[in-house]
Design a protein around this ligand. Sequence first.
Ligand code: ADP
Length: 385
Amino acid sequence: MKNLQTGHSLRIGVLGGGQLGLMMIQAAIDLDLRVEVMDPSEKAPCAKFTHRFITGDLNDAQSVYQFGKNLDIITIEIEHVSVEGLRKLEKSGVKVIPKPDHIALIQDKGLQKQFFEDNNIPTSDFILIEAGGNISSLGLPIVQKLRTGGYDGRGVQILKTTADIVEKGFPEACVLEKAVDIDKELGVIVARNSSGQTSIFPVVESVFDPKVNLVSSLIAPANINKNTAAKAQALALQVLEAMDFEGLMAVELFLDSDGDLLVNEVAPRTHNSGHHTIEANKTSQFSQHLRAVVGLPLGDVSLLHNAAGMINLLGAAGAYGTPVYEGLSEAQSIPGVHPHLYGKSEVKPYRKMGHVTVTGPDIDLVQKRLLKLRESLCVSGTKEK
Ligand code: ADP
């Protein structure tokens, strides 16, 4: 029997069946929530572990509607989904969290930047350019971002010279941003449930790898002073409140070389920058997301350890075929190490194959352990190209 007080037996549909969905399912088991998943690939990590798995186009309104129409709640693990399909589900009485309007805002990096500006949320200077517009109008260096369709570093590039503009400039509608002199990249995960209760995770610091345009590792709590950490948390909450957001979202920020904080972008869902929370915090981002979605009280998110870190396991350059996790068994002899493999059957260069969390008594030790992991771990494949 369904119990709206505890969430017990509620049917929750998740659009997207990747690793974020997989870890959501792990958290849902504890609450006996019935998670059902739709993903375009029958090989998606969630396929083997969900009550009902449907292959379908996440951007097709009818597929989204058909998948969700008999469910109690619909949520997402990726924001590239049909907002029209979600609006239709909402109209037919399915609870949709995050709200379709919020997903629509975040799908368009241009609307998102405009929202920050309109709500006095500090963000890097920017202009919006129509398809074929003049890319050199904000000077150089600039960061060019496609307004829609980019993901995980694709559709974002830095242009430093006029030659870069000519050779690499995207012709599509885009955001041009002043290149920030970044001291640190920070992340804050915030959540709000239907009663208006909010929760803010401790600030994390991401180490970004420009070669692959992805976050390579992460440290929690961020190695910044208390005042900056408090400001970053306050800013994340300001974004959540300005949007009147319900659910869980990840706010990415830059700390620039002048010590100022700028909001880069938000993701309306669980995020790579919160993977460590499974082992490192009293309530994980996945558990918190489900609590917010179901309308349960939010959990305590304080850290269980003085420090934690996370390293993404990306496919090596040139790696194809069945994944081979080199160095992983030895890594497990390091104290505080906890691997998460996503069960992807094929490796590709820079594909996210898993992550490893490290906890420890202080940041220095966690950083040393992360370094050791970075040197010893590699995801190769049975085929090479
Ligand atoms: P995605 O949505 O693909 O993750 P982001 O907007 O987060 O794209 O940008 C990816 C990375 O590019 C950021 O983590 C940061 O390292 C760099 N970047 C983005 N915007 C700027 C900027 N205005 N100035 C300097 N670097 C930036």
